[in-house]
Design a protein around this ligand. Structure first.
Ligand code: GCU
Length: 639
């Protein structure tokens, strides 16, 4: 980014370095009230009037594309007057935020669907949430206890926090996010009950002026436990079989009930036949049968179905887990309605710090697809490690052309914590997600620069930027060098547990299943002599990954099983290479601490201390990974 723009940003957002009560985002908190704004009275006008230093004219131009904006900056006699044009008030709002962050031209979004997925439970907890409880749902202590601990249950009587949701809306609009799924993919059927639909309506009303549509995750078996308005005398039905006419009628009635309250409701997100969730397979039906039935229900209202391909343990149970999505969906390609979108994680396993891209993106050609990225850092240090994810997402786009997709979903990292995301730097991942959903061709560097300028106004952005840009690779080094994967502590997915094995859970949850280390060898053979997962990739990757001489070493133990004596290109043996990389990762974190120390004079005390405490912890945890994994893996070579 040009120096001038950075300077401008620093000026516009001067004062942002104060943490105040801790409720800080990249959005300006302190009003300036300097700008004169003319044009339609809308949120864009309010935001500019409050936070801009320029005079701005807003113009509606009906010929422009949806969500696009155009900025023209005119300087006359030392005074800057800008004009923002857009098709409607939402476009003007995007333009206003762009102007506030220093943009001086126009832009239009690459994707129409730029959606956050909240894995928020109705009792207020968040699946894989590391920033406190849900901003949407609040629970209360229930009557049941589990191992002596009170179980929290949903509480529809709790009022919503309209002010907080408005701030959330502003933040999202400022980076172009235009949709939000309000509940966990492991969905409770109760989400579709009348009392909750009414709450969703309240959220939709707050979010609408900011251009954000609401969506819900649905439980496929919902018709069996809750009523739909005007259907079956208010009684649930006995099946969820997607081809049963009663089931179809139930979903149609439910869609009608929702759209009567929320006319612009976005649609449903579905996790079916995965990790114990109900789905069409329970009735020997296909994913297409299930998705199409729901698609028909929302179609008359303009709704969509985002059907997840994250499935394992159902129809192809027992097969190498990374292959199961392609096995289940390949033959269904082209059989989905046009308002169904297949939503797939970037990698074939589960949001590891580094995965090869998911080959489902190669195999599905006639069905709309979306990528699901995980903003919440489940396997990347959660809210305790500084891990900037833009480089990981950009890496994915290097394999899956952005044009192949119709949208992007991001599993949100937002909670009730004062700083929203648990770690101040985790906000950068929320920010980066929105910016990449708007334009997947932005570089990680550009986004980091923007975010640092807006958030910290620190003088040594170069050092902080380098820390952010190196952080994901450091995380890979100290958690999963040379393609090791899923050796995280059971369940919690924080810290190492390479010896993890439990006969009572599915084998695919056990770390030992993934590294397969014994006294001779280590790694998962996914080549043609093994599980043959490599065959699911398009050329040249199929051949590249299958051949140990051409497989990038970053994926070595993901695709290949090698003897301990195997030497990498560095000349080091497998164990020596691991040792080298674990140490390199730890050293990187030490350097992040050095950089952070240098910034001390430029960052407010509160945020400096909070980030420092987390960096110290990150170092401890990186060392733990190094020690536990090296002790464990070296024990094989000593026998
Ligand atoms: C991971 C994660 C689960 C989540 C699942 C999903 O397995 O650990 O908590 O439900 O992904 O994406 O559905």
């Amino acid at each position: 980014m040009k120096i001038l723009t950075l300077l401008l940003m620093a000026l516009v957002f001067a004062g942002m370095a104060k943490a105040e009560d801790g409720h800080q985002l990249w959005l300006r908190q302190q009003p300036i009230n300097k700008a004169k704004v003319t044009g339609p009275e809308c949120i864009a006008a309010q935001e500019l009037r409050t936070y801009s230093t320029q005079n701005v004219t807003l113009k509606i131009d009906a010929t422009m594309e949806q969500d696009a904006y155009c900025i023209k900056v005119n300087s006359e006699q030392g005074k800057v007057n800008s004009v923002i044009s857009a098709k409607n008030e939402i476009g003007l709002l995007y333009g206003a935020y762009a102007l506030l962050r220093g943009e001086t031209t126009g832009s239009e979004p690459f994707y129409k669907l730029r959606i956050l997925n909240h894995w928020d439970n109705m009792n207020g907890t968040i699946e894989r949430g590391y920033a406190g409880l849900s901003i949407f749902w609040k629970g209360k202590a229930g009557e049941r206890k589990f191992h002596g601990r009170t179980i929290f249950v949903e509480d529809p009587d709790q009022p919503i926090d309209a002010e907080l949701i408005k701030e959330y809306a502003r933040a999202n609009a400022s980076i172009g996010i235009n949709g939000t799924v309000l509940n966990n993919v492991n969905a409770s059927p109760k989400m579709l009950s009348a009392i909750y639909i009414n709450k969703v309506k309240q959220y939709a009303d707050i979010l609408r002026p900011y251009g954000i549509k609401v969506y819900l995750s649905v439980n496929f078996a919902s018709p069996m436990s809750i009523p739909a308005k005007g259907f079956n005398g208010g009684k649930p039905i006995k099946t969820a079989d997607p081809l049963n006419p009663k089931v179809k009628a139930w979903w149609k009635a439910k869609a009608k009930e929702i759209y009567a309250q929320i006319p612009d409701f976005g649609g449903f997100l579905v996790k079916a036949n995965s990790e114990g969730q109900p789905g069409p397979f329970d009735y020997k039906r296909t994913h297409a049968d299930g998705a199409n039935m729901l698609a028909d229900a929302v179609k008359p209202f303009g709704g969509i179905i985002m059907w997840r391909s994250f499935v394992y343990g159902a129809a192809h149970s027992g097969e190498d887990r990374v292959k199961q999505a392609v096995s289940e969906f390949k033959d269904l390609d082209g059989k989905f309605r046009d308002n169904v979108i297949l939503q797939s994680k970037n990698g074939p396993l589960d949001f590891q710090p580094r995965e090869p891209y998911a080959p489902i993106f190669d195999n599905i050609k006639n069905t709309k697809q979306m990528a699901e990225l995980q903003i919440t850092q489940e396997y990347l240090g959660q809210s305790r490690h500084l891990t900037y994810l833009a480089p990981m997402w950009r890496e994915f786009f290097g394999f899956v052309a952005p044009e192949k997709l119709v949208g992007i979903a991001g599993v949100a990292n937002i909670g009730l914590d004062k700083n929203w995301c648990g770690h101040h730097f985790s906000q950068a991942n929320w920010y980066a997600f929105g910016r990449l959903a708007w334009n997947p061709n932005l570089t990680s560097e550009q986004i980091a620069e923007e975010w640092l300028g807006l958030t910290f106004n620190a003088s040594n952005n170069e050092a902080l930027k380098s820390m952010m840009l190196r952080s994901r690779e450091a995380c890979v080094d100290y958690m999963m060098p040379i393609g090791l994967h899923h050796i995280f502590a059971f369940d919690e997915h924080y810290g190492p547990e390479p010896d993890g094995y439990n006969a009572h859970v599915p084998l695919e949850w056990c770390p030992v299943y993934y590294h397969k280390a014994n006294n001779d060898s280590i790694g998962f053979n996914r080549t043609h002599t093994g599980s043959n997962a490599t065959a699911q990739y398009r050329e040249p990757y199929c051949t590249l990954y299958d051949n140990i001489n051409t497989c990038p070493e970053r994926y070595l133990l993901w695709f290949h099983r090698v003897p301990w004596s195997y030497r990498l290109k560095s000349g080091r043996t497998v164990l020596e290479e691991m040792d080298y990389r674990y140490a390199r990762g730890v050293k990187e974190v030490e350097d992040f601490i050095r950089i952070w120390n240098e910034t001390k004079p430029n960052i407010d005390e509160q945020r400096w201390q909070e980030v420092d405490a987390r960096l110290q912890h990150q170092l401890e945890n990186a060392k733990e990974w190094q020690k536990v994994c090296m002790d464990y893996f070296s024990s094989f070579t000593k026998k």
